[in-house]
Design a protein around this ligand. Structure first.
Ligand code: VGL
Ligand code: ZN
Length: 205
């Protein structure tokens, strides 16, 4: 059994062109991710999944606009347009993503009062999603990350994975970024400093 897994982050309609929080070229990750899905035995998907009254939505803070930052009880939180509302079409995976061989979907950000960029811990950096336990139970030691967005959910997930001791890489041609106020460069630096491999071409297991 392979000890590596492909972790496909948030390839959902709302992060693709035409979606509520569209990432430039977000849909262009689908083809390279499908290619890698065919090369891996272990596939895990994540799905951003928020209640309509979620704390990360600017519309739920009086007078606030999307992409501003606010201070919450767990720290700074960027406010976003409402996106990935649970059970909405925007929360669905892109229709061309090959989800058939995925063994597990981790939903995150489902609690009203806390966001979760990372697939491992919510934004208080301590509430676990359960993914680490699942991977430990399956003896998975190595993670390859791809998806949306490079500088938010992919980076936060990769940084937590590295902290938890996984051998971690991200595959840039299968990622696209939001790039808010230099966030892409900042997070690429953070990932390099955490010994995360930044791959420039597609990889296999
Ligand atoms: C994401 C912002 C808000 C992401 C999710 O998937 O990177 N970014 N929610
Ligand atoms: Zn979100």
């Amino acid at each position: 059994m392979s000890q590596s897994a492909l972790l496909v982050i948030d390839v959902q309609n709302d992060f693709c062109p035409g979606g509520a929080l569209a990432v430039a070229e977000g849909d262009q990750v689908v083809a390279p991710i499908n290619t890698m899905i065919d090369r891996f035995e272990n596939i895990i998907l994540t799905q951003d999944w928020h209640p309509a009254n979620h704390v990360s939505f600017a519309s739920n803070h009086e007078g606030a606009s999307p992409f501003e930052s606010v201070s919450l009880n767990y720290g700074e939180q960027t406010l976003w347009p409402p996106h990935c509302v649970a059970a909405s079409d925007g929360a669905n995976f892109h229709s061309n993503l090959n989800t058939n061989s995925a063994q597990m979907t981790v939903r995150k950000g489902f609690r009203e009062n806390i966001d979760s960029y990372s697939a491992f811990f919510e934004n208080d950096q301590s509430t676990p999603t359960g993914l680490h336990g699942y991977l430990q139970d399956r003896s998975i030691k190595k993670l390859v990350l791809c998806g949306l967005a490079t500088d938010y959910c992919v980076a936060w997930s990769a940084l937590d994975a590295a902290k938890l001791g996984y051998e971690t890489s991200i595959v840039l041609p299968a990622c696209r970024a939001i790039d808010l106020a230099g966030s892409l460069d900042h997070q690429i630096n953070n990932m390099r400093n955490a010994n995360i491999a930044i791959e420039e071409s597609l990889v296999g297991s």
